[in-house]
Design a binder for this molecule. Structure first.
Ligand code: ADP
Ligand code: ADP
Ligand code: ZN
Length: 216
């Protein structure tokens, strides 16, 4: 099972990928999570990414492609994966094609989550993330049982620096100009399956499950 979860920031890619990757026994490969880990650890990659990340701009393709190249070569990715937040530009999508060809692999499906812009802003500005395990909550639509603490691991919840309203609006513009063209790219290959991402989390999950495995 080799999938891409595609969609604007806040569409629910991470929320769905985290659960479905567990269910399917494949890794969730989330470039945003990898960059946050690198920034928290203070690695050279983290230092390079920070200025882009903080203002909601994309990290340069070559940096991201290097990161993904390494990750896809890890043994656990041999059984399949869900790519969450990658590719985000046409050059990244083309680099992914070359990488998979090198590995003798191919994509099964690209699942696109569509959500109205006003709802994206609401979701992103209310998002809270667990400092320890990365699980995502929402102050209104997916609140933790105990205020400020992760349901799964008890870790402290925080608001991402790029989830303030101004940066969110910038990220949505970046998505429209740089990432949205990937829809036509994958549709042309017959790989695209669309899911309405607006409904409740469980309903979206059922649709994503179908879209990932059902007929195109
Ligand atoms: P969201 O889940 O809200 O869409 P991510 O966690 O996927 O956000 O990404 C956060 C930030 O990390 C992006 O705004 C960008 O700066 C950087 N980033 C993540 N993935 C990529 C990528 N594939 N290409 C370039 N930048 C990326
Ligand atoms: P993405 O990875 O696409 O940027 P997330 O999975 O991090 O998006 O979700 C963004 C925010 O929206 C989080 O706060 C999450 O709890 C919330 N969320 C995700 N899916 C839904 C949904 N179907 N309905 C309401 N809120 C949702
Ligand atoms: Zn946690």
């Amino acid at each position: 099972m080799r999938l891409i979860f595609l969609g604007p920031p806040g569409a629910g890619k991470g929320t769905q990928a985290r659960e479905l990757a567990l269910e399917w026994g494949v890794p969730q490969i989330a470039t945003g999570d990898m960059l946050r880990d690198a920034m928290a650890a203070g690695t050279p990659l983290g230092a390079e990414a920070k200025s882009y990340y903080d203002r909601g701009a994309l990290v340069p393709d070559e940096v991201i492609v290097r990161l993904i190249r390494e990750r896809l070569r890890a043994p656990d990715a041999g059984r399949g994966f869900i790519l969450d937040g990658f590719p985000r530009t046409l050059p990244q999508a083309e680099a992914l094609d070359r990488l998979l060809a090198e590995l003798g692999q191919s994509l099964d499906r690209v699942v696109y989550f569509g959500v109205a812009e006003s709802e994206l802003v609401r979701r992103l500005t209310g998002r809270r993330v667990c400092r320890s395990c990365g699980r995502t909550f929402h102050v209104v639509s997916a609140p933790p049982a105990r205020d400020g603490a992760c349901d799964r691991c008890g870790g402290a919840l925080y608001q991402r620096v790029d989830d303030g309203e101004d940066t969110v609006r910038n990220r949505l513009r970046v998505y429209e100009s740089q990432t949205a063209p990937l829809l036509a790219f994958y549709e042309g290959r017959g790989l695209l399956a669309r899911v309405a991402g607006d409904g409740p989390i469980d309903g979206v999950r059922a649709d994503a499950r179908k879209a990932a495995g059902g007929p195109r």
